[in-house]
Ligand binder design. Structure first.
Ligand code: ATP
Ligand code: MG
Length: 294
């Protein structure tokens, strides 16, 4: 029996090694982590720090070399849970073109639930709802390869949503998109988390995206080296730089202004907070949140 818990994902002493040319290369080196239902978590870290390897453990694409990963209390090593785990945690990857499998948007979104054996009437409903959620209903009969990058990623997200996951893990979903595509995808993901309570794990190299999350996990050499609210992570500018990462541009600007004698808090994360801090203006809170991270 699985106990209902507020933890949707747990990793305990997770170690994972890739076998390459007969030698084991450790990519995850003792990860302990739990993600609560409804959280919006960013995972950041330099290239090769283990982010993607970790993400692939969250829906049993990879199994631990040692240690354990549990999804809703289900051990990912127990093959009886595989489909339930894949249904609970959906993955969205970097390249939207690699995620297209059909010739129309609606067929593409239907692919996942079809594989789960969902009855056709129910698939119809799920596809319509998922496309509505990501704002792509009017494109349902269109060919996915003709869409913009941001639209394709939203279709990929709809495909995952149609499987009714409780958690979505996105591995650099905006890396190949232009700024407006990035904003479309981020706004969609943020809305799914805030309005529908879907747990989101977002792997990103964009620090202003990480700044929007509730919690930031920083990885280095297969380990978690920081795990805190974005404000507490990004105010440690020197420590972040030592990990070969950046802080959001506005945080950096605030630090540079402070060095030149301007009185400004050092933990600002968004353009609106920056404007408020500099001018005492209430402009930020009066505007929509969608431009906040650009
Ligand atoms: N298929 C593989 N075979 C052998 N080693 C691998 C393989 N995939 C990844 N690695 C190694 O495992 C480590 C972690 O890689 P991973 O892809 O998880 O990092 P990442 O943080 O996602 O990096 P990036 O930011 O570049 O996407 C790296 O040292 C990488 O070289
Ligand atoms: Mg990666």
């Amino acid at each position: 029996m699985n106990r209902i818990s507020d933890k949707i994902i747990e990793a305990e002493n997770l170690v994972y090694s890739y076998s390459s040319d007969g030698t084991d290369v450790p990519a995850l080196d003792g990860i302990n982590l739990s993600i609560a239902r409804g959280e919006f978590v960013a995972v950041i870290g330099r290239n090769g720090s283990g982010k993607s390897t970790l993400a692939k453990h969250f829906n049993a694409l990879f199994l631990p070399t040692s240690g354990a990963v549990r999804v809703n209390g289900m051990d990912t090593k127990d093959s009886r849970h595989l489909w339930k785990i894949r249904q609970t945690v959906g993955m969205v990857f970097q390249n939207p073109d690699n995620q297209i499998v059909s010739t129309t948007v609606e067929e593409d979104v239907a692919f996942g639930p079809e594989n789960l054996g969902v009855p056709p009437d129910e698939i119809r409903k799920r596809v319509d709802l998922a496309l509505e959620w990501v704002g792509m209903s009017e494109h349902k009969r269109h060919a996915p390869h003709l869409l913009s990058g941001g639209q394709k990623q939203r279709v990929a997200i709809a495909g995952v949503l149609a499987m009714r996951p409780e958690c979505i893990v996105l591995d650099e979903p905006t890396a190949m998109l232009d700024p407006s595509g990035r904003r479309e995808v981020l706004d969609t993901v943020k809305r799914l988390n805030k309005e529908d309570g879907i747990t989101v794990v977002l792997i990103t190299h964009f620090m202003n995206e990480a700044a929007l999350c509730d919690r930031v996990i920083v990885m280095d050499a297969g380990r978690i080296v920081m795990d805190d609210a974005p404000r507490n992570v990004f105010s440690q500018v020197e420590a972040i730089r030592r990990l070969h990462l950046d802080v959001p541009q506005v945080t950096q600007l605030a630090h540079e202004l402070a060095r030149s004698g301007v009185e400004i808090p050092l933990d600002v994360l968004t353009v609106h907070e920056f404007a408020d801090a500099l001018c005492g203006s209430k402009l930020g809170s009066a505007q929509s949140s969608s431009g906040e991270w650009m």
